[in-house]
Design a protein around this ligand. Structure first.
Ligand code: G3P
Length: 329
Protein backbone atom coordinates (compact mmCIF):
# COMPACT_ATOMS: atom_id res chain seq x y z
CA UNK A 1 0.00 0.00 0.00
CA UNK A 2 2.86 2.37 0.90
CA UNK A 3 4.31 1.90 -2.60
CA UNK A 4 0.93 2.51 -4.19
CA UNK A 5 0.45 5.77 -2.24
CA UNK A 6 3.94 6.94 -3.23
CA UNK A 7 3.27 6.08 -6.86
CA UNK A 8 -0.07 7.88 -6.81
CA UNK A 9 1.44 11.01 -5.26
CA UNK A 10 4.14 11.06 -7.90
CA UNK A 11 1.64 10.67 -10.71
CA UNK A 12 -0.67 13.29 -9.21
CA UNK A 13 2.22 15.73 -9.37
CA UNK A 14 2.63 14.82 -13.04
CA UNK A 15 -1.07 15.58 -13.53
CA UNK A 16 -2.16 11.98 -14.25
CA UNK A 17 -5.82 12.81 -13.68
CA UNK A 18 -7.31 9.57 -15.00
CA UNK A 19 -6.18 7.42 -12.05
CA UNK A 20 -8.94 6.67 -9.56
CA UNK A 21 -8.57 7.76 -5.93
CA UNK A 22 -8.04 5.12 -3.21
CA UNK A 23 -9.37 5.74 0.30
CA UNK A 24 -8.58 3.09 2.90
CA UNK A 25 -8.31 0.46 0.15
CA UNK A 26 -11.56 1.50 -1.53
CA UNK A 27 -11.58 2.74 -5.07
CA UNK A 28 -13.63 5.93 -5.24
CA UNK A 29 -15.80 6.42 -8.30
CA UNK A 30 -17.51 9.80 -8.70
CA UNK A 31 -20.62 10.16 -10.88
CA UNK A 32 -22.05 13.59 -11.71
CA UNK A 33 -25.55 14.34 -12.96
CA UNK A 34 -27.80 17.35 -13.57
CA UNK A 35 -31.24 16.36 -12.26
CA UNK A 36 -32.62 16.74 -8.72
CA UNK A 37 -33.11 13.87 -6.29
CA UNK A 38 -35.96 11.50 -7.07
CA UNK A 39 -35.80 12.08 -10.85
CA UNK A 40 -35.12 9.06 -13.11
CA UNK A 41 -31.55 10.16 -13.87
CA UNK A 42 -30.64 10.36 -10.17
CA UNK A 43 -32.47 7.12 -9.40
CA UNK A 44 -30.48 5.43 -12.21
CA UNK A 45 -27.15 6.72 -10.87
CA UNK A 46 -27.94 5.68 -7.31
CA UNK A 47 -29.06 2.19 -8.31
CA UNK A 48 -25.91 1.74 -10.40
CA UNK A 49 -23.80 2.78 -7.38
CA UNK A 50 -25.67 0.36 -5.13
CA UNK A 51 -25.28 -2.58 -7.52
CA UNK A 52 -21.54 -2.00 -8.00
CA UNK A 53 -20.91 -1.63 -4.27
CA UNK A 54 -22.93 -4.74 -3.46
CA UNK A 55 -21.27 -6.89 -6.13
CA UNK A 56 -17.75 -5.77 -5.14
CA UNK A 57 -18.53 -6.01 -1.42
CA UNK A 58 -17.53 -2.39 -0.97
CA UNK A 59 -14.18 -2.51 -2.80
CA UNK A 60 -15.58 0.36 -4.86
CA UNK A 61 -17.01 3.43 -3.14
CA UNK A 62 -19.35 4.88 -5.79
CA UNK A 63 -20.32 8.47 -4.93
CA UNK A 64 -23.24 10.11 -6.69
CA UNK A 65 -23.41 13.92 -7.19
CA UNK A 66 -26.82 14.87 -8.68
CA UNK A 67 -28.37 18.29 -9.29
CA UNK A 68 -25.33 19.87 -11.01
CA UNK A 69 -23.36 19.70 -7.72
CA UNK A 70 -20.15 19.19 -9.69
CA UNK A 71 -21.04 21.86 -12.24
CA UNK A 72 -23.45 22.16 -15.15
CA UNK A 73 -23.60 19.44 -17.78
CA UNK A 74 -20.90 20.76 -20.13
CA UNK A 75 -18.49 21.16 -17.18
CA UNK A 76 -18.94 17.68 -15.76
CA UNK A 77 -18.83 16.04 -19.19
CA UNK A 78 -15.41 17.71 -19.65
CA UNK A 79 -14.33 16.46 -16.19
CA UNK A 80 -15.33 12.91 -17.13
CA UNK A 81 -13.47 13.06 -20.44
CA UNK A 82 -10.34 14.27 -18.66
CA UNK A 83 -10.63 11.69 -15.88
CA UNK A 84 -11.04 14.24 -13.09
CA UNK A 85 -14.17 12.29 -12.23
CA UNK A 86 -14.82 8.78 -13.51
CA UNK A 87 -18.45 8.89 -14.65
CA UNK A 88 -21.41 11.10 -15.43
CA UNK A 89 -25.04 10.90 -16.49
CA UNK A 90 -26.19 13.05 -19.33
CA UNK A 91 -28.16 13.08 -22.56
CA UNK A 92 -27.62 14.26 -26.10
CA UNK A 93 -25.27 17.02 -24.97
CA UNK A 94 -22.69 14.45 -26.12
CA UNK A 95 -23.79 15.07 -29.72
CA UNK A 96 -21.37 18.03 -29.73
CA UNK A 97 -18.60 15.39 -29.55
CA UNK A 98 -20.24 12.88 -31.88
CA UNK A 99 -23.34 13.98 -33.84
CA UNK A 100 -24.94 10.51 -33.96
CA UNK A 101 -25.65 10.76 -30.21
CA UNK A 102 -28.46 13.22 -31.02
CA UNK A 103 -30.30 10.28 -32.60
CA UNK A 104 -30.85 8.80 -29.14
CA UNK A 105 -33.57 11.47 -29.00
CA UNK A 106 -34.84 11.48 -32.59
CA UNK A 107 -38.05 13.56 -32.47
CA UNK A 108 -41.40 11.94 -33.24
CA UNK A 109 -39.86 8.52 -33.77
CA UNK A 110 -41.10 6.20 -31.05
CA UNK A 111 -44.71 5.00 -30.77
CA UNK A 112 -44.33 4.16 -27.10
CA UNK A 113 -41.88 3.69 -24.25
CA UNK A 114 -41.81 -0.05 -25.06
CA UNK A 115 -40.83 0.65 -28.66
CA UNK A 116 -37.93 2.84 -27.52
CA UNK A 117 -36.94 0.35 -24.84
CA UNK A 118 -36.56 -2.45 -27.38
CA UNK A 119 -34.56 -0.18 -29.73
CA UNK A 120 -32.24 0.94 -26.91
CA UNK A 121 -31.62 -2.67 -25.88
CA UNK A 122 -31.02 -3.64 -29.49
CA UNK A 123 -29.33 -2.70 -32.73
CA UNK A 124 -30.41 0.98 -32.74
CA UNK A 125 -28.39 1.73 -29.61
CA UNK A 126 -25.36 -0.13 -30.98
CA UNK A 127 -25.49 1.71 -34.31
CA UNK A 128 -25.74 5.14 -32.64
CA UNK A 129 -22.96 4.35 -30.19
CA UNK A 130 -20.58 2.89 -32.79
CA UNK A 131 -17.38 4.98 -32.84
CA UNK A 132 -18.42 7.25 -29.93
CA UNK A 133 -15.85 5.94 -27.41
CA UNK A 134 -12.90 6.44 -29.79
CA UNK A 135 -14.01 9.97 -30.57
CA UNK A 136 -14.95 11.21 -27.11
CA UNK A 137 -12.73 9.53 -24.51
CA UNK A 138 -15.85 8.15 -22.78
CA UNK A 139 -17.89 4.97 -23.15
CA UNK A 140 -21.69 5.03 -22.97
CA UNK A 141 -22.74 2.11 -20.76
CA UNK A 142 -26.53 2.24 -20.99
CA UNK A 143 -29.59 4.22 -22.01
CA UNK A 144 -32.66 4.97 -19.90
CA UNK A 145 -35.68 7.28 -20.31
CA UNK A 146 -36.45 10.48 -18.45
CA UNK A 147 -39.82 10.65 -20.21
CA UNK A 148 -41.43 12.26 -23.26
CA UNK A 149 -41.04 16.03 -23.54
CA UNK A 150 -44.15 18.21 -23.29
CA UNK A 151 -44.47 21.97 -23.68
CA UNK A 152 -45.00 24.16 -20.61
CA UNK A 153 -46.11 27.70 -21.37
CA UNK A 154 -47.57 30.81 -19.77
CA UNK A 155 -50.22 31.10 -22.47
CA UNK A 156 -52.54 28.24 -23.43
CA UNK A 157 -51.38 26.35 -26.51
CA UNK A 158 -54.15 24.70 -28.52
CA UNK A 159 -52.66 24.61 -31.99
CA UNK A 160 -49.29 24.65 -33.73
CA UNK A 161 -49.81 28.39 -34.42
CA UNK A 162 -49.94 29.11 -30.68
CA UNK A 163 -46.35 27.85 -30.39
CA UNK A 164 -45.05 30.29 -33.00
CA UNK A 165 -42.98 33.25 -31.88
CA UNK A 166 -42.67 32.06 -28.25
CA UNK A 167 -39.33 32.50 -26.43
CA UNK A 168 -38.80 28.89 -25.45
CA UNK A 169 -35.92 27.54 -23.40
CA UNK A 170 -34.03 24.80 -25.22
CA UNK A 171 -31.01 22.78 -24.14
CA UNK A 172 -27.87 24.02 -25.88
CA UNK A 173 -27.98 21.17 -28.39
CA UNK A 174 -28.23 21.67 -32.20
CA UNK A 175 -31.14 19.22 -32.50
CA UNK A 176 -33.24 21.21 -30.03
CA UNK A 177 -32.41 24.53 -31.67
CA UNK A 178 -33.43 23.05 -35.00
CA UNK A 179 -36.74 21.82 -33.60
CA UNK A 180 -37.51 25.27 -32.18
CA UNK A 181 -36.73 26.71 -35.62
CA UNK A 182 -39.06 24.22 -37.32
CA UNK A 183 -41.83 25.36 -34.94
CA UNK A 184 -41.18 29.04 -35.62
CA UNK A 185 -40.08 29.63 -32.03
CA UNK A 186 -37.27 31.74 -30.66
CA UNK A 187 -35.13 29.00 -29.04
CA UNK A 188 -33.31 30.27 -25.92
CA UNK A 189 -30.42 27.87 -25.23
CA UNK A 190 -29.45 27.43 -21.59
CA UNK A 191 -28.33 24.64 -19.24
CA UNK A 192 -30.99 22.81 -17.27
CA UNK A 193 -29.95 24.37 -13.92
CA UNK A 194 -30.72 27.87 -15.24
CA UNK A 195 -34.36 27.14 -16.12
CA UNK A 196 -35.98 27.99 -12.74
CA UNK A 197 -34.35 31.45 -12.64
CA UNK A 198 -35.29 32.14 -16.27
CA UNK A 199 -38.91 31.26 -15.50
CA UNK A 200 -38.91 33.42 -12.35
CA UNK A 201 -37.39 36.38 -14.18
CA UNK A 202 -39.72 35.97 -17.15
CA UNK A 203 -36.94 35.85 -19.74
CA UNK A 204 -38.68 32.87 -21.36
CA UNK A 205 -42.32 32.13 -22.19
CA UNK A 206 -41.87 28.42 -21.49
CA UNK A 207 -40.01 25.40 -22.69
CA UNK A 208 -40.35 21.66 -23.03
CA UNK A 209 -39.45 18.97 -20.52
CA UNK A 210 -40.41 15.50 -19.39
CA UNK A 211 -42.99 15.25 -16.60
CA UNK A 212 -40.28 14.36 -14.09
CA UNK A 213 -38.69 17.83 -14.55
CA UNK A 214 -42.04 19.66 -14.75
CA UNK A 215 -43.01 18.18 -11.39
CA UNK A 216 -39.60 18.41 -9.67
CA UNK A 217 -39.22 22.11 -10.52
CA UNK A 218 -42.97 22.80 -10.13
CA UNK A 219 -42.90 24.51 -13.53
CA UNK A 220 -46.71 24.44 -13.64
CA UNK A 221 -46.80 27.16 -10.95
CA UNK A 222 -45.35 29.76 -13.36
CA UNK A 223 -46.19 28.18 -16.71
CA UNK A 224 -49.45 26.37 -15.94
CA UNK A 225 -50.29 25.23 -19.48
CA UNK A 226 -48.91 21.78 -20.16
CA UNK A 227 -49.42 20.58 -23.74
CA UNK A 228 -49.09 16.83 -24.11
CA UNK A 229 -46.99 16.94 -27.26
CA UNK A 230 -44.65 14.05 -26.35
CA UNK A 231 -42.40 15.13 -29.23
CA UNK A 232 -39.06 13.80 -27.93
CA UNK A 233 -38.31 10.91 -25.62
CA UNK A 234 -35.40 12.07 -23.45
CA UNK A 235 -32.76 9.38 -23.19
CA UNK A 236 -29.92 9.74 -20.72
CA UNK A 237 -27.18 7.26 -19.97
CA UNK A 238 -24.14 6.59 -17.82
CA UNK A 239 -20.85 7.62 -19.40
CA UNK A 240 -17.50 6.39 -18.10
CA UNK A 241 -13.97 7.64 -18.73
CA UNK A 242 -12.27 5.29 -21.19
CA UNK A 243 -8.93 5.03 -19.37
CA UNK A 244 -10.68 4.20 -16.12
CA UNK A 245 -13.04 1.70 -17.77
CA UNK A 246 -10.34 -0.04 -19.79
CA UNK A 247 -8.15 -0.21 -16.67
CA UNK A 248 -10.74 -2.29 -14.79
CA UNK A 249 -10.07 -6.03 -14.49
CA UNK A 250 -12.36 -8.11 -16.78
CA UNK A 251 -14.31 -9.24 -13.68
CA UNK A 252 -14.85 -5.68 -12.44
CA UNK A 253 -15.72 -4.44 -15.92
CA UNK A 254 -18.45 -7.08 -16.07
CA UNK A 255 -19.75 -5.90 -12.69
CA UNK A 256 -19.91 -2.30 -14.02
CA UNK A 257 -21.62 -3.45 -17.24
CA UNK A 258 -24.17 -5.58 -15.36
CA UNK A 259 -24.90 -2.78 -12.89
CA UNK A 260 -25.42 -0.34 -15.77
CA UNK A 261 -27.83 -2.72 -17.51
CA UNK A 262 -29.77 -3.53 -14.33
CA UNK A 263 -30.12 0.08 -13.21
CA UNK A 264 -31.30 1.15 -16.69
CA UNK A 265 -33.92 -1.64 -16.69
CA UNK A 266 -35.17 -0.41 -13.31
CA UNK A 267 -35.60 3.11 -14.70
CA UNK A 268 -37.45 1.82 -17.80
CA UNK A 269 -39.83 0.01 -15.46
CA UNK A 270 -40.58 3.13 -13.40
CA UNK A 271 -41.06 5.44 -16.43
CA UNK A 272 -44.76 4.79 -17.11
CA UNK A 273 -45.57 5.22 -13.43
CA UNK A 274 -43.80 8.61 -13.31
CA UNK A 275 -46.09 9.87 -16.09
CA UNK A 276 -49.28 8.75 -14.35
CA UNK A 277 -48.38 10.29 -10.99
CA UNK A 278 -47.19 13.53 -12.62
CA UNK A 279 -50.54 14.21 -14.29
CA UNK A 280 -52.25 13.95 -10.89
CA UNK A 281 -49.71 16.24 -9.24
CA UNK A 282 -49.79 18.87 -11.99
CA UNK A 283 -53.59 19.00 -11.96
CA UNK A 284 -53.66 19.22 -8.17
CA UNK A 285 -51.09 22.02 -8.28
CA UNK A 286 -53.23 24.14 -10.62
CA UNK A 287 -51.69 23.10 -13.95
CA UNK A 288 -53.92 22.71 -17.02
CA UNK A 289 -53.28 19.77 -19.30
CA UNK A 290 -54.13 20.11 -22.99
CA UNK A 291 -54.16 17.09 -25.31
CA UNK A 292 -53.39 18.12 -28.91
CA UNK A 293 -56.00 17.28 -31.53
CA UNK A 294 -55.21 15.34 -34.71
CA UNK A 295 -54.25 18.43 -36.76
CA UNK A 296 -51.90 19.67 -34.02
CA UNK A 297 -50.31 16.20 -33.75
CA UNK A 298 -49.80 16.03 -37.50
CA UNK A 299 -48.11 19.46 -37.49
CA UNK A 300 -45.83 18.38 -34.63
CA UNK A 301 -44.91 15.25 -36.57
CA UNK A 302 -44.04 17.36 -39.62
CA UNK A 303 -41.83 19.68 -37.54
CA UNK A 304 -40.18 16.73 -35.76
CA UNK A 305 -39.44 14.91 -38.99
CA UNK A 306 -38.14 18.19 -40.39
CA UNK A 307 -35.27 17.97 -37.89
CA UNK A 308 -34.16 14.63 -39.36
CA UNK A 309 -32.50 16.67 -42.14
CA UNK A 310 -29.87 17.54 -39.55
CA UNK A 311 -29.01 13.85 -39.17
CA UNK A 312 -28.79 13.45 -42.95
CA UNK A 313 -26.13 16.17 -42.93
CA UNK A 314 -24.12 15.08 -39.87
CA UNK A 315 -24.54 11.33 -39.27
CA UNK A 316 -23.12 9.04 -41.99
CA UNK A 317 -25.21 5.99 -40.97
CA UNK A 318 -28.39 7.94 -40.08
CA UNK A 319 -30.57 5.99 -42.52
CA UNK A 320 -29.44 2.65 -41.11
CA UNK A 321 -30.17 3.96 -37.59
CA UNK A 322 -33.68 5.13 -38.52
CA UNK A 323 -34.46 1.88 -40.36
CA UNK A 324 -33.25 -0.19 -37.44
CA UNK A 325 -36.04 1.22 -35.23
CA UNK A 326 -38.75 -0.25 -37.48
CA UNK A 327 -38.09 -3.82 -36.37
CA UNK A 328 -38.85 -2.83 -32.73
CA UNK A 329 -42.36 -1.41 -33.40
O1 G3P B 1 -30.75 14.59 -23.40
C1 G3P B 1 -30.77 15.97 -23.51
C2 G3P B 1 -31.56 16.54 -22.44
O2 G3P B 1 -31.06 16.23 -21.20
C3 G3P B 1 -31.58 18.00 -22.53
O3 G3P B 1 -32.69 18.46 -21.91
O4 G3P B 1 -34.01 19.81 -20.51
O5 G3P B 1 -32.58 18.01 -19.51
O6 G3P B 1 -31.52 20.05 -20.42
P1 G3P B 1 -32.70 19.12 -20.49
Amino acid sequence: MKRRILLLSALAVLGAATLPTYAADKIIVKIAGMKPDGEPETVGMKLFAKYVMEATKGRYDVRVFPNSQLGKEDAYIAQTRRGIIQMCATGTQTSSLFPAMAMLETPMLYDSLDHAHRAMNGETFKLINKGFAEKSGMTLLNAFPLGFRHFYTKKPVNSIDDLKGLRMRVPNIPLYLEFAKQLGQSGQPMPFAEVPAALDQGTIDGGDSPFADIVALKMYEITPNITLSGHILVIHGLYINNDFYNGLSPEDRKIFDDAAFRSAEDVWKMAADVEKKAIEEITKGGGRIVTPDAAFKAALRKAGEGTWELFAKTVPNYKEILDSTLQYR
